[in-house]
Design a protein around this ligand. Structure first.
Ligand code: HEM
Ligand code: HEM
Length: 180
């Protein structure tokens, strides 16, 4: 159970596993798109799909437990802002792999985990044949926008964590690092 002084191991482990892997996948995604490094796409998809399993477990955990209680009483607006940001971050962790799958699946590129095919590719004369070009383009656009949105929100989130630690000098960051 998460309390005002201590977070459960599950909360801490899932937070850092998902946070650091998502940031890594954003960096990899932007790099591979800008440099057109096609060889990196299967790494991005495979790691994202494996992470999706942990993401679903984490969302189930949060829906069951709710968000951790704040370490101290805060103004109503502060509490509301933190709750909204945390649910938005959770929503982005689900939306990114889902839109990635829609883009790759509907675009005819297919996806799977390290060679284990989940949705097959459709290529003709070396070109991917879309199953639904409109849906694929929508998936691609949303994947990109949500990716950049997540980075902006994560920057605010890290800023808030640092403010708690250095300005308010409370236990918010220490608690997420496993120290009470
Ligand atoms: C789970 C976390 C994931 C994160 C954080 C993430 C993030 C990103 C980001 C930031 C980009 C660059 C977008 C751009 O510059 O326009 C990208 C590109 C891409 N991602 Fe993901 N992604 C994830 C999972 C997936 C999954 C599961 C798939 C497919 C099964 C996928 C497929 C792709 C593809 C195909 C691109 C290239 C898009 C293009 O060519 O415009 N991603 N991803
Ligand atoms: C790497 C820098 C990060 C730091 C220093 C950090 C720090 C923290 C801290 C201190 C908390 C506890 C807040 C509280 O007690 O109210 C927290 C919670 C949370 N963080 Fe982060 N975080 C980081 C990255 C991320 C990223 C990238 C995501 C999203 C992918 C994320 C999603 C969440 C969520 C959803 C919560 C609510 C509690 C939970 O579900 O685990 N964090 N974070």
């Amino acid at each position: 159970m998460d309390t005002t002084t201590k977070l459960s191991r599950t909360t801490i482990a899932l937070h850092w596993l998902i946070a650091l892997t998502m940031l890594g996948l954003c960096a990899l995604g932007i790099y591979m798109v800008q440099t057109e490094s096609w060889g990196l796409f299967h790494w991005h998809k495979s790691i994202g799909l494996i992470l999706f399993g942990f993401i679903l477990a984490r969302v189930a955990w949060r829906l069951k437990q709710g968000l951790p209680p704040p370490v101290r009483d805060a103004a109503r607006w502060e509490h509301l802002a933190s709750k909204t940001a945390h649910w938005l971050l959770l929503a982005a962790t689900v939306a990114l792999p889902v839109t990635g799958m829609i883009y790759s699946g509907m675009g005819g590129h297919g996806f799977g985990v390290f060679g284990l095919e989940m949705v097959g590719s459709h290529y003709e004369a070396g070109k991917a044949v879309a199953l639904d070009a409109g849906l694929s383009e929508l998936g691609q656009a949303m994947h990109s926008w949500i990716g950049y949105g997540l980075l902006a929100l994560a920057a605010l989130h890290v800023g808030a964590a640092l403010k708690h630690h250095f300005v308010d000098k409370d236990n918010t960051l220490r608690r997420m690092l496993g120290r009470s």
